[in-house]
Design a protein around this ligand. Structure first.
Ligand code: MSP
Length: 648
């Protein structure tokens, strides 16, 4: 029988629009749920909105709306965002759903009947931002440590959950289950809270005289339920606890939260489950904060990044990849567009995009875009196969242990090894030497590895992975997933069908420009004197069309690029101009590019320039570029073109 996997995000407060922090947790949950689906597990992925409590009531009042109208509106913004980020949650819960309310009352009644709820009086410092009481000790200079605001001191009669009764048990449970709270630093933090002896019983009600926006206690109609007690129960009410089929199938599951809500999830929630006699969740996965301008990204600090803006500028999958790759799960990470662009260009455009682009165009040239035959493996091939199998195995292991950044790094070892393998096997030389059988097995092995990479990447970059698999002749049906179980991937070879059609070109990740404000400041070059400038632009005598027609301008694909051995300023290119043999062209642009960044890119070439020999090497053509005061760029078509296409 297939295993089950149930993953949840926090249900988000509807007092503010979703930002990058919320998008991160939800995209991670989506990737995990897709990953487990690809492992063959039956999965359930829940997200939603947390809609009761002081904070929401106040936010609605500030907008002159009723709490219900306000929560309907903002909850709708969360719900609408997720599909745009290609998040496929199975369920979206709202704590104002009648079904949720009924289950919360049922749970309260059960715990009350167990004798774990009592009536008493209590005074404490209440932070509305956190929706919780702080003890004197927990405040920092009298302020809430999260929001840096002064909490309100409240003394009133309320209902309390006997949480302290279960704390010794909880400590033992956490000690006996090393993976219950992960990464380890948060487990240690929770153990320290439990050691500290400051934890008391939990106040779980609010008098209606002060707050009506909540779920009424089943045993006292003058009180509503404390918002956290209500909210945590979403994880089981959504499954139809106590008697729902989904509850029987999917509970216990695992939770995904940031460190801001460690305490309710690591202390309130397990003790609530224990009191009600329910099985513990499997894991609490805790991540750090996305920081912006060195502070936690949050609406109150006014430093939020809009996920849709990032998606619109850089593409959804580049954004999703960046989030998982850049944040070391558990630690904080700084968000900047500059780091997004650096990753996009280095990992996606250069490493991954180039691999697809160069291999598919070589396969087009040598095998008419058909999958070539596999051949006997050489020691080099065996080494690549071993590396690929290890990469897939490590990737799976790291991913399910929520070490996403390390998992992607493990996969990139394969991507980089493939680019290197292309360079060392030099298919163009094999072609030139007429070693067709070897050429065929080299290209085939690379294509097989590319398929593995695409399958592994589907949970993180579903759209791109589907495009890659489509290019490899393995299309994924709309709304479906790649037809493989990741756990079988390690040893799956020769999956592609010999002779089947594959794409002849690929342009998965156009390179991104550095955002303007963050461009490294460069001293502008001294402007040429006005007269000199004039002579450069205006002194060109007019030409007639026939003069222009003498130029043979072509699009080419860079097959290889390296430094000229005897000239620092020159790069030596081998360029595919669709002529069968690559053209060697020298270009004086070494100061502007690293040679490896140019491999796979398309360029525009003056193809009929008379050959010249520069520092001992022949150059047959010229690569077109454009330069302004600060930088130099290559001219290229705005989409992939067949090498040799004529520019007119
Ligand atoms: N409603 C409660 C959760 C109840 S769950 C039973 C809540 N809501 S929240 O809207 O404040 O969401 C907090 C969560 O949003 C964090 O735990 C995290 O998942 C995500 N993030 C919000 N800001 C974030 C960052 N700056 N960085 C990373 N994640 C962030 O707490």
């Amino acid at each position: 029988m297939a295993s089950t996997f149930y993953i949840t995000t926090p249900i988000y407060y509807v007092n503010a629009r979703p930002h990058l922090g919320h998008a991160y947790t939800t995209i991670v949950a989506d990737s995990l749920s897709r990953f487990h689906r690809m492992l063959g597990d039956r999965t359930w992925f829940l997200t939603g909105t947390d809609e009761h409590g002081d904070k929401i009531a106040k936010a609605a009042a500030a907008q002159n709306e009723t709490p219900q109208a306000f929560t309907d509106r903002v909850s709708g913004q969360f719900r609408a965002l997720w599909p745009r980020l290609n998040v496929r949650n199975d369920q979206f819960i709202r704590t104002t759903d009648p079904d949720h309310k009924a289950r919360v009352q049922q749970f309260l009644q059960r715990v009350y009947d167990n004798g774990d709820i009592y009536f008493g009086e209590f005074g404490g410092h209440y932070c509305t931002g956190c929706e919780r009481f702080y003890t004197e000790k927990e405040l920092e200079n009298g302020l809430c440590p999260q929001h840096l605001t002064k909490p309100e001191f409240i003394r009133e009669k309320n209902y309390f959950f006997r949480m302290s009764k279960y704390l010794p048990w909880l400590k033992e449970y956490i000690q006996a289950h090393p993976d219950f709270i992960r990464p380890e630093r948060y487990r240690n933090e929770v153990l320290a809270m439990l050691e500290g002896g400051v934890l008391e019983d939990l106040c779980i009600s609010r008098p209606k005289s002060r707050l009506t926006w909540g779920i009424e206690l089943p045993f006292d109609k003058d009180y509503v339920c404390y918002v956290w007690f209500d909210a945590l129960l979403n994880y089981i009410s959504a499954l139809g606890w106590p008697d729902g089929e989904k509850f029987a199938t999917f509970w216990p599951g695992e939770h995904l939260v940031a460190k801001d809500i460690l305490k309710p999830h690591a202390i309130f929630w397990p003790t609530m489950l224990k009191s009600a006699g329910l099985p513990m969740y499997k894991h609490l996965n805790v991540h750090g904060y996305w920081l912006s301008k060195d502070a936690k990204m949050s609406k109150s600090l006014g430093n939020v990044v809009e996920p849709l803006d990032m998606m619109n500028i850089y593409g959804l999958d580049a954004f999703r990849y960046f989030l998982l790759r850049e944040m070391n799960f558990g630690s904080d990470a700084g968000f900047s567009e500059e780091s997004l662009v650096t990753r996009l260009n280095a990992d996606l455009a250069n490493d991954l995009g180039n691999l697809f682009s160069r291999v598919l165009s070589m396969n087009a040239k040598y095998f008419g875009s058909r999958v070539p035959a596999a051949g006997d493996r050489t020691p080099d091939d065996e080494a690549l196969v071993e590396l690929a199998e290890n990469a897939v195995e490590n990737y799976i292991h790291l991913f399910v242990s929520v070490r996403f950044s390390q998992a992607l790094e493990a996969l990139w070892e394969l991507v980089r090894a493939l680019n290197k393998y292309v360079d060392t096997q030099a298919p163009w030389t094999l072609a030139k030497e007429g070693r067709t059988e070897r050429l065929s097995s080299v290209i085939r092995l690379i294509l097989e590895c590319m398929r593995k990479v695409a399958c592994c990447l589907w949970p993180v970059m579903p759209g791109t992975a589907e495009a890659m698999l489509g290019q490899l002749g393995q299309p994924v049906a709309e709304g479906a997933q790649p037809g493989t179980h990741l756990s079988d991937e390690k040893g799956r070879w020769n999956v592609l069908t010999e002779g089947a059609a594959v794409a002849s070109a690929s342009n998965l990740f156009p390179r991104a420009e550095m955002p303007k404000a963050e461009k490294p400041a460069k001293a502008p070059k001294a402007k040429p004197a006005a007269a000199e400038q004039k002579s450069k632009t205006e002194d060109k005598s007019q030409i007639v069309y026939d003069d222009f027609a003498k130029l043979d301008l072509r699009v080419g694909t860079v097959l290889s690029c390296e430094k000229h051995p005897n000239a620092d300023k020159l790069l030596k290119f081998q360029i595919d101009l669709g002529e069968g043999e690559p053209r060697q062209i020298l270009s004086g642009i070494a100061a502007h590019f690293k040679p490896e960044e140019l491999v796979g890119r398309q360029v525009c070439v003056v193809a009929n320039l008379a050959p010249r020999t520069i520092r001992g090497l022949e150059s047959r053509g010229m690569i077109l570029s454009v330069e302004d005061d600060t930088r130099l760029r290559l001219i290229a078509p705005d989409g992939e073109m067949k090498p040799g296409s004529r520019i007119s």
